[in-house]
Structure formats: structure tokens, C-alpha cells
Design a protein around this ligand. Sequence first.
Ligand code: ZN
Length: 143
Amino acid sequence: MSLDDLYRRVIMDHYQRPRNRGRIDGGAVTVDLNNPTCGDQISLQMQIENGVIQDAKFLGEGCSISLASASMMTEAIKGLTVENALELVQLFSNMMQGRDIDFDQFPLEDIEALTGVAKFPARIKCAMLAWRALEKGTQQCKC
Ligand code: ZN
């Protein structure tokens, strides 16, 4: 199996069996964002306590890239401090710009599967949507 095939398989797995799909009861930060160029929508919820992301869930509609990215992102940020989560947004953004990055820095190795998206500028916004929601959510939160 080629690396591209492996990556495609990982992306489809997250698309078909999204992790952390749903809502959080009470007190969660909610961010709704959409990507008009593709029609992707996400509603991200995070439970942040003492500067640590305790839980993250999302609902969304859209292409496989946007939903797989949301699934991976929510899985990766649980248990991270807000500061570390924002560093991850920067790392992911660098990855989308095709820069050389250290994949070991990602707490979830599946994220590496999205590396090929950098070659398709039209899809970068799809992959970034959930991460932009994360960034916005941490700005909303007074914690
Ligand atoms: Zn999309």
C-alpha cells in the first residue's frame, strides 16, 4: 500500500466513523463556522476548565476532508492546555502551507494523513475549518 493510499484510508475512517460527534451538556463554549467555498459547516463545543480542554465535540456537514479534520482535531486536543492547543493550530497551519514540520509534535498521529491536502489549495480551507473553530473558541472563553 502506498503512503497516499494509507493516508486516504485514515481520512475515510475518520469521515465514516467520526470521533467526538455530538453535543456537550451545559457550560460549553460553542463555535459555529462555515466554509462557503465548499459548503462545509461545523459546530464545535469545548469544555474548558482551568485552562485545560476537558472535552471537545462537534456536529458538522461537509466534505470528507473537513469532517475527518474535525474528528482528528477533537481527538487531539482533549486534555491539552489552551496554550498547547493553539500551538497545535499553528503547527497544523504550517503543515497546510506545505512547510516541513515535525509530525511527532502531534498528539494524534492520524493528523499526518492530512499532509497531502497542502497540495490542493482549494481544500486547505476545508481542513482548516475545525482548527479555526478551535482558535475562535479559545478566544471566546474567559478561562
Ligand atoms: Zn470541504
